[in-house]
Write a new protein. Structure first.
Length: 168
Protein backbone atom coordinates (compact mmCIF):
# COMPACT_ATOMS: atom_id res chain seq x y z
CA UNK A 1 0.00 0.00 0.00
CA UNK A 2 1.24 3.50 -0.71
CA UNK A 3 0.52 7.10 0.11
CA UNK A 4 -2.69 8.86 -0.74
CA UNK A 5 -2.11 10.63 -4.10
CA UNK A 6 -2.88 13.96 -2.42
CA UNK A 7 0.22 13.47 -0.23
CA UNK A 8 2.59 12.81 -3.13
CA UNK A 9 1.04 15.70 -5.08
CA UNK A 10 1.63 18.00 -2.09
CA UNK A 11 5.24 16.78 -1.95
CA UNK A 12 5.64 17.42 -5.68
CA UNK A 13 7.09 13.96 -6.23
CA UNK A 14 5.79 10.67 -7.60
CA UNK A 15 5.44 7.71 -5.27
CA UNK A 16 7.95 5.75 -7.37
CA UNK A 17 10.52 8.53 -6.98
CA UNK A 18 9.83 8.74 -3.24
CA UNK A 19 10.32 4.98 -2.91
CA UNK A 20 13.62 5.28 -4.82
CA UNK A 21 14.78 8.07 -2.47
CA UNK A 22 13.73 6.22 0.69
CA UNK A 23 15.38 3.00 -0.53
CA UNK A 24 18.61 4.94 -1.12
CA UNK A 25 18.30 6.45 2.38
CA UNK A 26 17.88 2.98 3.90
CA UNK A 27 20.97 1.72 2.05
CA UNK A 28 23.01 4.71 3.18
CA UNK A 29 21.96 4.45 6.83
CA UNK A 30 22.62 0.72 6.97
CA UNK A 31 25.98 1.05 5.20
CA UNK A 32 27.14 3.86 7.49
CA UNK A 33 25.65 2.89 10.85
CA UNK A 34 25.27 -0.88 10.71
CA UNK A 35 28.07 -1.76 8.26
CA UNK A 36 25.69 -3.74 6.05
CA UNK A 37 26.02 -3.08 2.32
CA UNK A 38 23.62 -5.71 1.00
CA UNK A 39 20.21 -4.35 2.03
CA UNK A 40 17.80 -5.37 -0.72
CA UNK A 41 14.46 -3.62 -1.25
CA UNK A 42 11.84 -6.24 -2.10
CA UNK A 43 9.72 -4.28 -4.60
CA UNK A 44 6.19 -5.52 -4.19
CA UNK A 45 3.12 -4.08 -2.54
CA UNK A 46 3.16 -4.67 1.20
CA UNK A 47 0.04 -3.99 3.21
CA UNK A 48 0.67 -2.12 6.45
CA UNK A 49 1.52 -4.73 9.08
CA UNK A 50 -0.05 -4.36 12.51
CA UNK A 51 0.58 -7.72 14.19
CA UNK A 52 4.13 -8.65 15.14
CA UNK A 53 5.67 -11.78 16.65
CA UNK A 54 9.17 -11.93 18.12
CA UNK A 55 10.01 -8.50 16.74
CA UNK A 56 11.37 -5.12 17.75
CA UNK A 57 9.67 -1.95 16.50
CA UNK A 58 11.32 1.47 16.72
CA UNK A 59 9.16 4.50 15.96
CA UNK A 60 9.86 8.20 15.43
CA UNK A 61 7.00 10.68 15.18
CA UNK A 62 6.75 13.49 12.63
CA UNK A 63 4.98 16.76 13.46
CA UNK A 64 4.51 20.03 11.61
CA UNK A 65 3.49 20.63 8.01
CA UNK A 66 3.24 16.84 7.80
CA UNK A 67 2.34 14.58 10.72
CA UNK A 68 2.98 10.88 10.98
CA UNK A 69 5.34 8.16 12.03
CA UNK A 70 8.42 6.39 10.68
CA UNK A 71 8.57 2.82 12.00
CA UNK A 72 11.27 0.18 11.67
CA UNK A 73 10.15 -3.40 12.36
CA UNK A 74 12.76 -6.19 12.63
CA UNK A 75 12.80 -9.74 13.92
CA UNK A 76 14.53 -10.29 17.25
CA UNK A 77 17.43 -12.09 15.57
CA UNK A 78 17.92 -9.34 13.00
CA UNK A 79 17.65 -6.61 15.65
CA UNK A 80 20.38 -8.36 17.68
CA UNK A 81 22.51 -8.69 14.54
CA UNK A 82 22.14 -4.96 13.77
CA UNK A 83 23.05 -4.11 17.36
CA UNK A 84 26.06 -6.45 17.35
CA UNK A 85 27.40 -4.81 14.21
CA UNK A 86 26.83 -1.30 15.57
CA UNK A 87 28.51 -2.04 18.91
CA UNK A 88 31.26 -4.27 17.55
CA UNK A 89 30.41 -7.03 20.04
CA UNK A 90 28.05 -9.97 20.12
CA UNK A 91 24.59 -9.22 21.48
CA UNK A 92 22.62 -12.34 22.38
CA UNK A 93 19.51 -10.99 24.09
CA UNK A 94 16.94 -8.29 23.61
CA UNK A 95 17.57 -5.49 26.08
CA UNK A 96 18.54 -1.83 26.38
CA UNK A 97 21.37 -2.08 23.82
CA UNK A 98 18.98 -3.43 21.17
CA UNK A 99 16.35 -0.82 22.03
CA UNK A 100 18.92 1.98 21.77
CA UNK A 101 20.37 0.67 18.50
CA UNK A 102 17.01 0.22 16.78
CA UNK A 103 15.84 3.59 18.08
CA UNK A 104 18.94 5.23 16.63
CA UNK A 105 18.49 3.51 13.25
CA UNK A 106 14.84 4.62 13.15
CA UNK A 107 15.89 8.15 14.11
CA UNK A 108 18.43 8.28 11.26
CA UNK A 109 15.86 6.94 8.78
CA UNK A 110 13.27 9.48 9.98
CA UNK A 111 15.85 12.26 9.68
CA UNK A 112 16.64 11.21 6.12
CA UNK A 113 12.94 11.09 5.25
CA UNK A 114 12.40 14.50 6.87
CA UNK A 115 14.81 16.02 4.32
CA UNK A 116 12.41 15.01 1.53
CA UNK A 117 9.54 16.74 3.36
CA UNK A 118 11.40 19.96 4.11
CA UNK A 119 12.87 20.60 0.64
CA UNK A 120 10.08 23.06 -0.10
CA UNK A 121 10.60 24.90 3.20
CA UNK A 122 8.05 22.93 5.23
CA UNK A 123 8.69 22.70 8.96
CA UNK A 124 8.72 19.12 10.27
CA UNK A 125 10.01 18.03 13.67
CA UNK A 126 10.99 14.57 14.89
CA UNK A 127 10.09 12.99 18.21
CA UNK A 128 12.42 11.00 20.42
CA UNK A 129 12.41 7.34 19.30
CA UNK A 130 10.10 4.89 21.06
CA UNK A 131 10.81 1.16 20.99
CA UNK A 132 8.45 -1.78 21.51
CA UNK A 133 9.49 -5.41 21.54
CA UNK A 134 7.91 -8.66 22.52
CA UNK A 135 6.67 -12.08 21.67
CA UNK A 136 3.38 -10.76 20.28
CA UNK A 137 2.08 -7.22 19.94
CA UNK A 138 -0.13 -4.99 17.79
CA UNK A 139 0.67 -1.47 16.57
CA UNK A 140 -1.97 0.68 14.95
CA UNK A 141 -0.82 4.01 13.50
CA UNK A 142 -2.77 6.10 11.02
CA UNK A 143 -4.89 5.27 8.03
CA UNK A 144 -3.63 2.52 5.67
CA UNK A 145 -4.20 4.90 2.73
CA UNK A 146 -1.66 7.29 4.26
CA UNK A 147 0.96 4.57 4.78
CA UNK A 148 3.95 3.59 2.65
CA UNK A 149 5.26 0.18 3.69
CA UNK A 150 8.53 -1.14 2.26
CA UNK A 151 10.00 -4.60 2.77
CA UNK A 152 13.77 -5.14 2.87
CA UNK A 153 15.84 -8.31 2.88
CA UNK A 154 19.15 -8.54 4.69
CA UNK A 155 21.03 -11.64 5.78
CA UNK A 156 18.12 -13.77 4.44
CA UNK A 157 15.74 -12.12 6.91
CA UNK A 158 13.27 -9.28 6.47
CA UNK A 159 12.65 -5.94 8.04
CA UNK A 160 9.92 -3.43 7.30
CA UNK A 161 10.07 0.34 7.06
CA UNK A 162 6.64 1.89 7.41
CA UNK A 163 5.93 5.60 6.94
CA UNK A 164 2.58 7.12 7.86
CA UNK A 165 2.15 10.64 6.54
CA UNK A 166 -0.75 13.08 6.81
CA UNK A 167 -0.91 16.76 5.95
CA UNK A 168 -2.01 19.34 8.50
Amino acid sequence: MGFNPLITAALGISEDELIRLVTADVSEVFTTMVDIDDVLHVPHVVDPVKHFNDCVTAMVGLAGAYNGMVSLHATHSLAMSFTSRMLGMEVTEIGPDVNDALGEIANMLAGSFKQHLTRAGNDVRLSTPSVVNGKEYVISVGNPQDTLTLLFDVQSEWFILSIVLETE
